[in-house]
Write a protein that binds this ligand. Structure first.
Ligand code: ADP
Ligand code: ZN
Length: 432
């Protein structure tokens, strides 16, 4: 078995816990240099165990709202002169959230990214095409620095323009692609339209997918389209960006890098810890970030710790794929529904195409869930009786899963509009 940083990646659990505690105490001491954390605690006195990191000991959660309220400099522990980069989210609602990095932070993040890529099986002999937005979005530069640290040949392609992406792949013999899953399904359609077969006409040997929620069914589809494995990459800008948790060759959950992040899974309502194996909200503390440490940050992402040891030999625990964000969940007719539950049903059905969208509408004073589903070309041309049966079948399958009867609308492939970024799956147009 090969590793990027063998000693750290295979550190026995007790030593890893010790390392985390030492780092956590340093983080708490340095966090009080920021105006925000200084207003909350003194940083005096070390915690004796990781379990002491609780509200009862005066260490509260940090939320996106706190970041917004103290925008832009309230969480900084260093003078501006020390900073070398910032990344920020779009901030369509209120202040954006911003994270600042000093040289150490960028170095540490690059290393985590190189480690993640190596863990999934990328090597310095690869040609790596990074098909995500560069700029303030962390997926561009985050991957870029990791690819360079690893020593693979990087193609900083950026997002969009599928015909050009295919040309780049063929000109330079791309072996690895990183892209968001909803985009790969579209890229595949362009391959077909151009008469290029990604399995036989390219050198592609693996994919890395992440940055947005997707189901195992979606992953399977993408793997079948391209004829290679697709490894799941998880991160969020508040925790640098990508390089937080990554799948290894076994594709059995994502190793979360516990030397750099302290992980808690809590019940999103009571905020009490849940036992390993149970779903809850992921809460994270940075353990190796200097300019802007974050303590007990509530990610809003729902996942669970997977029990057991991974055969790859890495000791860092694994999280399950993210099933959704607490704020993705919608309530209709008294039922709590995550878009991924609907996706899990749809993408298992062979006739269903690559896109879908959920619209919540008020019709005749009733709230309705309308599920618009693209049907694959060959089937969409099919006879009306067949489409009618497919529509009924999907309606029943979704109802059995989410307990609400949807109005399923079958639409032509390519008719659901898509932006360049992450897919938006739910539109809530309900009155009040
Ligand atoms: P934004 O909040 O604007 O989407 P980020 O780029 O920081 O900005 O997005 C991070 C979020 O994206 C995560 O909190 C999570 O909800 C989602 N995400 C990232 N990677 C994955 C993944 N592999 N699977 C599911 N969701 C993911
Ligand atoms: Zn593993």
């Amino acid at each position: 078995m090969e590793f990027w940083e063998k000693e750290l990646e295979t550190l026995p659990q007790d030593k890893l816990t010790r390392l985390q505690l030492d780092r956590l105490n340093l983080v708490i001491q340095s966090a009080v240099r920021s105006p925000y954390y200084r207003s909350l605690f003194s940083g005096n006195g070390d915690l004796e165990s990781l379990r002491d990191i609780r509200e009862v000991n005066g260490i509260p959660f940090t939320t996106k709202q706190h970041l917004r309220d103290h925008f832009p400099y309230g969480f900084l522990t260093l003078p501006r002169k020390e900073l070398i980069r910032l990344h920020s989210s779009s901030g369509t609602t209120g202040n954006p959230t911003v994270v600042f990095h000093n040289r150490h932070d960028i170095d540490s993040w690059s290393n985590l990214m190189a480690r993640s890529l190596f863990c999934a099986g990328v090597r310095d002999t690869d040609v790596f095409q990074n098909i995500v937005g560069y700029g303030l979005f962390t997926g561009g530069l985050g991957f870029q620095y990791g690819i360079e640290r690893l020593g693979a040949l990087s193609i900083p392609a950026g997002a969009g323009n599928s015909a050009r992406q295919i040309k780049l792949m063929r000109d330079y013999g791309t072996t690895v692609i990183h892209a968001i899953p909803s985009y790969l399904a579209r890229l595949y359609d362009v391959f077909l339209a151009e008469g290029v077969n990604p399995r036989t006409d390219t050198e592609l040997r693996m994919l890395i997918i992440g940055a947005e929620p997707h189901t195992e069914a979606q992953r399977q589809r993408i793997q079948e389209m391209f004829g290679v494995k697709a490894y799941n990459s998880f991160g969020l800008s508040e925790m640098n960006g990508p390089g937080v948790a990554f799948e290894c060759e076994y594709q059995n959950g994502l190793h979360i890098w516990e030397d750099a992040f302290l992980v808690e899974i809590v019940d999103p309502e009571t905020l009490e810890p849940v036992p390993d194996g149970e779903y809850g909200e992921l809460v994270m503390t940075t353990l190796d970030r200097q300019a802007m440490p974050l303590i007990r940050y509530r990610t809003r992402d729902i996942t669970r710790i997977l029990p057991g040891i991974c055969p790859c030999g890495r000791t860092h625990r694994r999280i399950d794929r993210i099933t959704g964000r607490t704020d993705d969940m919608f309530i209709i007719k008294g039922c709590n529904i995550y878009p991924m539950q609907v996706e899990g049903i749809l993408l298992r059905v062979a006739e269903v195409g690559s896109d879908y969208v959920i619209r919540l509408e008020t019709i005749d004073d009733q709230d309705e869930m309308i599920v618009e589903v693209e049907v694959k070309k060959d089937w969409f041309r099919g006879d009306l009786l067949f489409l009618d049966q497919l529509q009924k079948r999907l309606t029943h399958m979704i109802r059995d899963e989410v307990l609400v009867t949807p109005r399923v609308k079958l639409v032509e492939p390519g008719s659901i509009p898509k932006g360049e970024g992450k897919a938006v799956r739910v539109f809530d147009n309900r009155q009040n």
